[in-house]
Design a protein. Sequence first.
Length: 237
Amino acid sequence: MWLPVFHLSVIALNVYACTYDQLYLDIPFPSKVFDDMPFKARYMFLTIWCFMLQTLYFCVSFLNDIIGTNEVAPKRTPLIRNIKDILFSVAFPIALYVSVAFWGIYAIDKPLVFPEMLEKIFPAWLNHTMHTFITVFLIIELLVTKRNYPSRMTGSTITIVFVVSYIIWMHVLHARTGAWPYPIFDVLNLPMRFVFCGFSTILGLGIYVVGEKLNSIVSPISKQYYSNGTSKKSKLK
């Protein structure tokens, strides 16, 4: 019974955080173009992409609690459960990357990701909700629920598409506005941006594999996939 409560609590916190941001926070942007963008131009940030992905995952998880199943290895897996498992395989590495990248750069050179003017208006609880709790909640989810990861090809491809889509979107916005979502890109030349984005993509894939391995440890039963697309359930040794 507590699992739906956990999922609903995360949804409530995320909705409150998003509502607070939209109602009370006015982040100064370097270009007036951002003033006319919907959602206060928040969709320019990877943090928000990740935050929305996590919120979507917990919404689907809550629906799965109600109309699906949380059995370790159901004989007939409902569609909502399959969607939930695939979403987790993508949400986990993206959330972990956002937390590691944000707090890593924050520790080395804070103004590159969290300028002083932003720190003055951005509440600490909201910062942690968007950059810390996203990973904490998914780690809790990893430990207390069971799932069947998709094939590595499927999961890693979706993860790459997500990351590359954001990278393209970020450059499109820069071409339109002349501004980057994060100050760190102001100090990187073109070759270094390629290196940074390439490394970020590789790191995301590495974290995906870590999530897959962790799942195989905490979930005693998973599906084995074969080259012909078939699968069978087996007990992990």
